[in-house]
Design a protein around this ligand. Structure first.
Ligand code: UDP
Ligand code: MN
Length: 811
């Protein structure tokens, strides 16, 4: 005891203190290392989570706004709510600028209600309560009239009036010309280009006789002028214009009241007037139609709805009574949106005209090609499928609609069989194709395309609503250049209240790694530099996928879709890269707008695992189209796809051959020219590889690795740290031969885990280390203290010989 006391006296006390301090220090250090290792492990886990998240995002591509990496910015058209059968529309309801055709000052709706002429057909369909289904029973036979066309290209007759029709929820045909012109602003169109440049390009369209210039268009007679909105606003010019636009749009908010609608109904006249390009109002006697072109036909046969108070009418939000919540929940999964509500909304409801102001004045060619509209569906909800079809029938110029093809991708729901056949049999233009087994969206589209008779194919999802004037602006682009692939602006139909919402201007589809689709606004400088207005076509790097028009011949020239893509996912990337890289263009056309129900989840089953299906599709796209950038795809959480034994992405020979045959450009070209604002770094880091302990740089000399004084001018010291996590010089990768047995340079192989190193992948204490990715125990790359060896060792957070730094980091 005395001895111990003596030791703890004087220098002994100091020694004891030092000893205890060292033990504590050691314990702390070990804890730190442990934490670092945990960090590495959690990093690996995190990467996996990120990947899974990206995949699920990918799977809800273009779905629920806000769930995407990039938001699809929406604006509500109007927050007021319609409540079917529960009183009139609130007179103060602002239908924003959107419902501009209802301008009461000028007489309100001026469309005509015309009964359809085709005789009542054989089938009578049960008319569900609250569901404004159009039934053949309700049709009124009528005499023929030359200029009046019904939806199916049939002639229509002057109607007696519309009240009866409204009451009976007739299949009201309201061919309505909203473009009775104040005047065509020639200079504007001259400036805008397409028409003019087209004339220049395609030759003497102007001088073509009217009879050859497509459909007969009758001129408005003096005194017959329909009420019009006579806004003479000039188009907005730039980003400021965008803001301005919103403001000015505000001024054009129409207030639709019930009485207003009535007035509108009373003034209806039962003729169709397709107003042509030249102003006939100001100078009715000398009015001469500009040959070859006319103003976009803003047909909307539902513009004067039968029941203004119907739920969801005018695209407004609808609510269900609180005691119906359970029902809403019960039916939600049928479509992953408010199916209960959808079934209560008329299948031919009106939606607000959300086009930019200038769109209605745009000229399009008379002889536009006609299109087959293809809807693929699997277990689609009845009311949304019907609403999709009716929106096409009601808002497409009949002469431009060859047919509507419904491709049933082996649905399991009974109502999509005979009941659908029966319902659609009243519309001669609608054809139904039934696939004998589930093919998935991609092959279902191919099946529809193969049977299509139209010159242009227009693909649409089966839960959409086409807006006024949606079709001609798309076809115009295809007409101008058959390699243009136009997409409408995809607006949002709320999955919760079914309201129709506007989206922001200047949005286009883009992607981020690993090939995740999203929306992003054009850069402001770009808008300014190109003096863009809100109605100008927007170059679109990646289409959302579901909604676009394409020249049929061109679609096949491009090899259509890769038929090896399964079920759903990645096909939008494939066709987008293919179109751009092989000489085409994808555009978003702001004057064409289609609402789409974005859903949080796919409501249908995937025959195989959903995640695996999507990532396999994406890997096919990456392998064929991404060139050296495919590493970025794999490097963002898809490393496991490189293991060919575990993942079979199928044969790609045909796709690769096709790319060669079409002489498509490189992915680098695509990035430089189509999506230059992306600028993805090809490597994560590059330059000299500096070792902190040695204060020297890794050098590749005569086929082996050593250390030397750092010298940026020496190529032998330049290495890349790639997305595949390789430390490489040209094709050679730094690879351990095994624990402790030195290093070799091996030909890089993406499939080999021993070629991969974790570096800077977290903020952990091992961030500067190069951690071998193979093996269960993490090992770090370490330089020997004399600079003559390189080996793997247990990771130590403070070991400077395990710390490495590249000259330049890109991420
Ligand atoms: N679809 C199909 N077969 C499938 C998957 C989807 O026919 O195996 C149809 C689906 O009914 C819809 C369209 O393809 O009309 C696009 O699918 P979805 O709406 O689920 O895609 P999203 O809009 O979520 O991208
Ligand atoms: Mn969809």
């Amino acid at each position: 005891m005395m001895k111990i006391r003596r030791y703890l006296r004087g220098s002994g006390r100091v020694l004891a203190f030092v000893f205890i301090a060292s033990v504590i220090w050691l314990l702390l250090d070990m804890a730190a290392l442990r934490m670092s290792m945990d960090d590495v492990n959690s990093q690996l886990l995190k990467e996996r989570v990120i990947r899974d998240r990206e995949i699920s995002k990918q799977q809800s591509r273009g779905t629920q706004m806000g769930k995407l990496g990039f938001k699809h910015p929406v604006q509500r058209v109007d927050l007021s709510v319609t409540n079917a059968g529960k009183g009139p529309l609130n007179p103060s309801i602002k239908l924003a600028h959107v419902y501009r055709h209802g301008d009461q000052k000028h007489g309100g709706h001026q469309g005509e209600h015309l009964p359809m002429t085709d005789k009542p057909k054989h089938v009578a369909i049960e008319h569900k309560e609250g569901q404004h289904n159009v039934t053949p029973k309700q049709r009124v036979p009528a005499k023929k009239k030359a200029v009046d066309l019904d939806l199916n290209g049939m002639e229509l007759e002057k109607s007696k009036g519309i009240d009866g029709i409204i009451n009976k929820t007739l299949p009201v045909v309201v061919p309505k010309i909203t473009q009775v012109p104040p005047s065509v602003q020639e200079n504007k169109h001259a400036k805008k280009g397409p028409i003019k440049s087209e004339h220049a390009k395609k030759g003497p369209i102007k001088s073509e006789p009217k009879s050859q210039a497509g459909p007969e268009l009758s001129l408005l007679q003096p005194g017959e002028a329909h009420p019009v909105k006579t806004t003479t606003k000039s188009p907005k010019k730039d980003v400021k214009g965008k803001v301005l636009d919103n403001k000015t749009e505000e001024k054009h908010v129409w207030t639709i009241t019930k009485s207003g609608l009535k007035t509108a109904k009373e003034t209806l006249k039962p003729t169709i007037k397709l107003q042509a390009g030249e102003d006939s109002k100001d100078n009715p006697v000398t009015a001469v139609r500009k040959p070859g072109v006319h103003k976009v036909l803003s047909l909307d046969l539902t513009d004067v709805p039968r029941d203004a108070n119907a739920m969801g009418q005018f695209g407004q939000a609808a609510v269900v009574a609180s005691n119906e919540d359970a029902e809403v929940r019960k039916r939600w999964d049928e479509g992953h949106f408010n199916v209960f509500l959808s079934d209560k909304i008329p299948v031919d409801r009106a939606v607000p005209d959300t086009r930019p102001e200038t769109c209605a004045q745009n000229l399009v060619h008379d002889n536009l090609p006609s299109t087959s509209v293809i809807f693929c569906f699997v277990d689609e909800v009845w009311s949304t499928l019907l609403r999709s079809v009716h929106s096409v029938l009601n808002r497409s110029p009949p002469h431009l609609l060859t047919e509507i093809i419904l491709v049933d991708d082996f649905s399991t729901k009974d109502y999509l069989k005979e009941q659908l056949d029966t319902y659609m049999s009243q519309y001669p233009k609608v054809r139904i194709i039934r696939l004998k087994e589930r093919q998935g969206l991609i092959r279902a589209r191919l099946a529809g395309a193969a049977l299509a008779k139209g010159e242009v194919l227009t693909f649409l999802d089966s839960h959409i609503e086409c807006n006024v004037g949606w079709l001609e602006p798309l076809l115009e682009r295809v007409y101008l250049d058959h390699k243009k692939v136009p997409c409408p602006v995809i607006e949002v139909i709320s999955d919760k209240d079914m309201s129709y919402m506007l989206v922001d201007n200047f949005q286009r589809g883009v992607f981020k790694w690993p090939l995740v689709f999203g929306w992003s606004a054009l850069p402001e400088e770009y808008i300014k530099k190109n003096n863009m207005t809100v109605s100008d076509p927007i170059r679109c790097p990646v289409m959302a996928g579901g909604l676009f028009s394409i020249n049929k011949k061109y679609f096949y020239e491009l090899g259509a879709y890769d038929p090896g893509l399964d079920v759903w996912g990645g096909e939008n990337m494939e066709i987008s890269f293919k179109i751009w890289m092989c000489g085409g263009e994808i555009e978003i056309i702001p004057c064409s707008r289609v609402g789409h129900i974005f859903r949080g989840q796919n409501p249908y089953k995937f025959p195989k695992d959903r995640q695996k299906t999507v990532e396999r599709n994406l890997a096919r796209v990456a392998e064929v189209w991404l060139d050296e950038y495919k590493d970025l795809f794999y490097g963002h959480g898809y490393h496991h796809l490189r293991d060919n034994e575990a993942v079979n992405i199928g044969n790609l020979t045909e796709q690769i051959e096709l790319r060669k045959k079409l002489k498509c450009k490189s992915f680098q070209w695509y990035l430089d020219n189509v999506y230059p604002d992306m600028k993805p770094p090809l490597v994560q880091a590059e330059g000299l590889v500096f070792n902190h302990g040695l204060r020297k740089c890794l050098t590749l000399q005569k086929g082996s690795l050593s250390f030397d004084t750092c010298d940026l001018s020496r190529q032998s010291q330049h290495f890349n740290y790639t997305w595949m996590r390789h430390v490489r010089q040209q094709d050679l990768c730094v690879a351990p031969l095994g624990k402790g047995s030195g290093f070799a340079l091996q030909l890089c192989d993406n499939a080999k885990p021993e070629h991969r190193w974790f570096h800077k992948s977290s903020n952990s204490a091992l961030a500067e280390h190069l951690i071998a990715e193979f093996g269960s125990k993490h090992m770090c790359l370490e330089a020997g203290p004399k600079g003559d060896t390189l080996h793997l060792n247990s990771c130590e957070s403070r070991n400077a010989f395990q710390k490495w730094q590249f000259t330049k980091y890109h991420t």
